[in-house]
Unconditional design. Structure first.
Length: 381
């Protein structure tokens, strides 16, 4: 008998006892995916020009309420391009979280900037406003620009992440950053459809980014999206994403260094079909989260629920085990019994190539790394 047999049984009951393997999060295709893909192939416009790209962008603006959306190849490219158009330069400091997927830090490093990792809140797993306030207590203003006093580096941006779809206290983060004229770029890769105080995550900062990787709430294989309410920034972002090519009937003119980040029409076709079922997927996942929450009330394990004033998409369900040694035992027993579970990511400041990054004490992040486990979270049909 394993210590976590009752939990394994519960998960198998929820996802189908006949299944020999229950993945952490698998894609679901129940709509017009094949129809739109076939149409895209028949049109021959399968690369970066096509109607589905336009429809995908329009669909995201209508869904999130953002004024502009720019489709790109993946969420990492979305972050990288957002940092560039926000004005981040080499040797700037970009404040983010050590408790995040590695893409967040990689995008910062691509620009030549230096990540500074602040702690997260235990309630929402997102950037702690208290930790951010502590960071800004060491910032001075010169010529309307913020500089981190201990090193003299300019603060180029703040990148909070909405972890597992739980909204961070993004309004407070933006309000604080506005006082120092520092742009906020929301890493909303995991939180499409999550709402905080009546507003979609990704739409609070200067820019927001989403991911449509195969394991996300909706997917197009890869794919990413940048949203903003600033028309000038939107035009620049779209221009840079298409190799900065100037409009002309036949000549190849490029007015600055651009990037081959435009989302292919083929991926966008798949995304358009997925977007049509997004609300169904979210409500389905919220029902699963409710069942988990009720089950774990009788266990000595905390199930992570959405923070106050928010609606979470519950992209990945998460639990916190009481004892640190229980984490690896839980992972071992579940995976050996065909139930895929995973620990949270290794804290970014622990990775060798990021080990010299500046950070605060990261007390909450360290605790969460040792105690949090993700459990199956797919849409159930």
């Amino acid at each position: 008998m394993g210590k976590f047999d009752s939990i394994i049984t519960q998960i198998k009951t929820m996802y189908g006892e006949e299944r020999s393997f229950i993945p952490l999060h698998e894609p679901v295709f129940i709509g017009n995916e094949k129809k739109y893909l076939t149409d895209c192939i028949d049109s021959t416009f399968v690369s970066s020009v096509g109607q589905y790209v336009n429809d995908f962008e329009q669909g995201i603006t209508e869904y999130t309420g953002a004024n502009y959306a720019i489709a790109v190849v993946n969420g990492t490219a979305a972050l990288h391009l957002s940092l560039i158009v926000a004005g981040v330069e080499a040797n700037d400091i970009v404040v983010s979280q050590s408790l995040s997927f590695v893409a967040t830090a990689n995008a910062i490093k691509y620009t030549g900037a230096t990540p500074y990792f602040v702690d997260v809140d235990r309630t929402n797993l997102g950037m702690s406003i208290t930790a951010l306030e502590n960071f800004f207590s060491s910032v001075v203003m010169r010529d309307d620009k913020a500089f981190y006093q201990p090193t003299g580096q300019r603060v180029g941006a703040v990148v909070p992440m909405h972890t597992f779809g739980f909204p961070a206290e993004i309004d407070k983060i933006v309000e604080l950053c506005d006082q120092f004229n520092v742009p906020v770029i929301e890493d909303a890769a995991e939180s499409l459809g999550s709402v905080y105080k009546g507003k979609h995550t990704g739409t609070f900062g200067l820019l927001g980014t989403y991911s449509f990787n195969g394991n996300k709430t909706i997917t197009c294989g890869g794919g990413g999206m940048i949203v903003t309410n600033d028309e000038k920034i939107a035009k620049l972002t779209k221009h840079l994403s298409t190799q900065a090519k100037m409009p002309h009937p036949w000549e190849y003119r490029h007015d600055m260094m651009g990037y081959n980040y435009r989302c292919p029409n083929l991926n966008a076709a798949l995304a358009c079909a997925q977007l049509e079922n997004l609300e169904f997927f979210i409500e389905n996942k919220r029902k699963t989260a409710k069942e988990y929450a009720e089950f774990f009330e009788d266990q000595q394990i905390k199930f992570m629920t959405e923070p106050e004033n928010s609606r979470s998409n519950y992209w990945l369900n998460a639990i916190l085990v009481e004892q640190e040694e229980d984490r690896d035992r839980f992972l071992k027993e579940t995976n050996e019994n065909g139930v895929m579970t995973r620990p949270i990511w290794t804290l970014l400041h622990r990775l060798d190539y990021l080990s010299k990054s500046m950070h605060d004490n990261l007390e909450n992040s360290i605790f969460i790394e040792k105690h949090l486990i993700n459990i199956p979270s797919s849409v159930r049909l």
